[in-house]
Design a protein around this ligand. Structure first.
Ligand code: TYM
Length: 327
């Protein structure tokens, strides 16, 4: 069975962008692949995190995985830090990545821009992500558009390892959805919707209350025109809202356009808000059930236990190939 791996950082409240770009595909892929879905807490600490907030956000992401429809009996759901082989392989692979490669990572440039002091962890972060993926010899990695460059690096490092130490790693393919791989901010369609944006109006959090969602969508920036038309170059704001509509309802983009032909933005936005609420409200109910049931601990420990079996085998083999002595 082919293998899938992906992860989400517990570094804020998950957004509709995380759901559409990544989680939605996790749910679909679990039926056909052997899946590992992590909460990447080791990645989250590459920027400062309050310990209590990190704990809460970690549980939140894990519970949202389940609430979104990932079945813990089908896919492994686990904390990255519960499988120490991630950090171990991360170190080994850091030695195969060049400074130049890391300097070219646009995510690093974006996250470090204007900061007086930047942690070294933020710089080497992509090497840990390479390790996450190669540890399971994943065939497919479902991610949004912003992770594409990290996936290219992963392919390069896997190839580099294989040519230096012997063919071992699978070269993984990214799985980036054609539509919805880059959901944009509600207040500025030139920026992606991001959980770290301090302006709450820029994003829809998966746990936003229905009325908050309605308000945010009614205030979302549009343009001075009136046509509900998908045209990302000339109508980026409206195109983003159409994408969200289509992704939340399963109605294709041309059908959405047809449905609102001759109508103004008002009715479109109203229906869009109901479509988002219709998707998120049941997810929020399941989320509360998961948190209250206390089942998260056993889901995470079972997930980590299963993942560790593969992770340990890979790490041992990599150490052997690289020339480390056996214990
Ligand atoms: P993170 O936590 O920033 O985002 C999690 C996933 O959500 C996608 N995403 C989006 N997709 C569409 N529109 C958006 N506005 C949007 N914002 C976020 C991201 O592309 C991502 O797929 N480095 C990764 C986490 C990671 C990982 C891995 C992923 C660590 N190890 C191994 C895959 C495999 C990150 O920071 O994602």
């Amino acid at each position: 069975m082919k293998k899938v791996l992906s992860g989400i950082q517990p570094s804020g409240k998950l957004t509709l962008g995380n759901y559409i770009g990544a989680m939605k595909n996790f749910v679909d892929l679990q039926h056909e692949y052997a899946c590992n879905f992590m909460v990447v807490d080791l990645h989250a600490i590459t920027v400062p995190q309050e310990p209590a907030a990190l704990r809460e956000q970690s549980e939140m992401v894990a519970a949202l995985y389940v609430a979104a429809g990932i079945d813990p009996n089908k896919a492994n759901i686990f904390m990255q830090s519960h499988v120490p082989q991630h950090a171990q392989l991360g170190w080994l692979l850091t030695t195969l990545v060049s400074m130049g490669e890391l300097e070219r990572m646009t995510q690093f440039k974006d996250k470090s821009e204007g900061k007086e002091s930047v942690g070294a962890g933020l710089f080497v972060y992509p090497a840990l992500m390479v390790a996450d993926i190669l540890l399971y010899n994943a065939d497919l990695v479902p991610v949004g558009e912003d992770q594409k460059q990290h996936l290219e690096l992963t392919r390069d490092i896997a190839g580099r390892f294989n040519s230096r130490f012997g063919e071992y790693f699978t070269i993984p393919d990214p799985y980036i959805p054609e539509v919805g791989a880059r959901i944009m901010s509600l207040d500025d369609a030139s920026k992606k919707m991001s959980k770290s944006n301090p302006n709450a109006g820029s994003l829809i959090a998966l746990l936003d209350a229905p009325d908050v969602i309605r308000k945010k969508i009614s205030r979302a920036t549009t343009d001075s025109g009136s046509e509900v038309k998908y045209d990302p170059a000339n109508k980026p704001e409206v195109s983003n809202l159409i994408t969200i509509y289509s992704q939340c309802t399963g109605i294709s983009i041309p059908e959405v356009e047809a449905r609102y032909e001759g109508l103004m933005y008002g009715p479109f936005k109203k229906d869009l808000a109901e479509a988002v609420v219709g998707l998120l409200e049941p997810m929020q109910q399941r989320y509360r059930d998961v948190r209250e049931s206390g089942e998260l601990r056993s889901i995470l420990s079972q997930g980590a236990e299963r993942a560790s079996e593969t992770a340990e085998k890979t790490l041992k083999e990599v150490q052997r190939l690289m020339g480390f002595l056996e214990k």
